[in-house]
Write a protein that binds this ligand. Structure first.
Ligand SMILES: O=P(O)(O)OC[C@H]1O[C@](O)(COP(=O)(O)O)[C@@H](O)[C@@H]1O
Ligand SMILES: [Mg+2]
Ligand SMILES: [Mg+2]
Length: 330
């Protein structure tokens, strides 16, 4: 039996082993990151053609080994071309982004691990290529100034923190709720010229601040670690956008449906927010392939609904200068 790496009294019993394994591997990875050293050197390329860094591969090995003894039948990872069969008796299927925010490893900026848990079926395809609403668990670990975990089993979001003395995750908040609050948006604005019109119009109106149709000022953040943006938004609200764009290979955005967007969408909905591809809830969709990408917009419910409304505006209204976009005053 695994040592108690996480407080289990709020975790459904059938999830204890998998959560003990994820928390144990997360605590070990947190220690590796704290120690530092050569974690960012290039070591290869993954299934999707992304460059792999030393820490990407280390994290993948750590989580796969930990999950092998935790009732997991199928393991799918950003770092593996195909799903891996672990325990034929296992009842769960786990998809994982073992190290999210790889471009930040060498800059000592927050990075994370994202995980999604489905009931195991007889094949990996049947286990993973299904509606995201079939997830029975999902969450992330953030390796930041504090190491923390947000996880949902479909009944709210639980917030844990890693105690550095005992190396155990303990419950901080039993039901994390997202405030509507912050007037903050997160997008990689260097891609502005490649964005679709509704996204440009939404951001134009935010940037116009109190002089534009929104009649108030906004703040912007871009960390380039999805986990860190999700954590900030869960704690203080705001909105995140990684839309599709006109660059080659970005026709469906950048982020992966199965092990990035689906678990973050579960957390966001369970905390009272919304997560869509611009229009359709992510949880109403599913991955057609393990590494399929999707445009991803999430955050406070009102903000995500507003972005959907920009997608439905008539062309004349969308291409109007922000000052003339009468439908969106305030
Ligand atoms: O560099 P860009 O295009 O702004 O992309 C940033 C996005 O890429 C990611 O780093 C992708 O995740 P990986 O590091 O797991 O590949 C997200 O965490 C982040 O939101
Ligand atoms: Mg990622
Ligand atoms: Mg990754």
């Amino acid at each position: 039996m695994t040592a108690e790496t996480i407080q289990t009294d709020r975790i459904p019993p059938q999830m204890h082993d998998v959560m003990l394994a994820l928390a144990g591997a997360g605590a070990r990875l947190a220690a590796i990151i704290r120690r530092g050293g050569d974690l960012a050197s290039a070591v290869g390329t993954n299934a999707d053609g992304d460059g792999q860094k030393a820490l990407d591969v280390m994290a993948d090995d750590l989580f796969r080994d930990a999950l092998a003894g935790a009732g997991v039948r199928w393991f799918a990872s950003e770092e593996q071309d195909e799903a891996v069969a672990l325990d034929p008796q296992g009842r769960l299927a786990v998809a994982i982004d073992p190290l999210d925010g790889s471009s930040n490893i060498d800059t000592n900026v927050s990075i994370g691990t994202i995980f999604s848990i489905f009931p195991a079926e007889d094949t990996a395809e049947a286990s993973f290529l299904r509606p995201a609403r079939d997830q029975i668990g999902g969450g992330y670990i953030i390796y930041g100034p504090r190491c923390a975990m947000m996880v949902s089993f479909g009944d709210g979001v639980q917030h844990y923190a890693l105690d550095p003395d005992s190396d155990r995750f303990h419950l901080v908040t039993a039901r994390q709720e997202m405030p509507e609050g912050a007037q903050e948006f997160a997008i990689n604005a260097s891609n502005y010229r490649h964005w679709p019109q509704p996204i440009r119009a939404y951001i134009d109106d935010c940037l116009a601040g109190s002089d534009g149709p929104r009649e108030r000022n906004f703040n912007m953040r871009w960390i380039a670690s999805l986990v860190a943006e999700a954590h900030r938004i869960l704690i203080r609200g705001g909105v995140f956008l990684y839309p599709s764009d006109a660059r080659q290979g970005y026709e469906r955005g950048r982020l992966r449906m199965l092990y990035e967007c689906a678990p973050i969408a579960l957390l966001i909905e369970q905390a009272g927010g919304k997560a869509t591809d611009g229009l359709i809830p992510i949880l109403d969709q599913g991955a057609g392939a393990l590494h399929q990408r999707t445009p991803f917009i999430f955050g406070s419910a009102g903000k995500v609904a507003r972005i959907a409304a920009y997608h439905e505006l008539p062309e004349t209204e969308i291409s109007a200068l922000f000052g003339n976009r009468g439908l969106f005053r305030a």
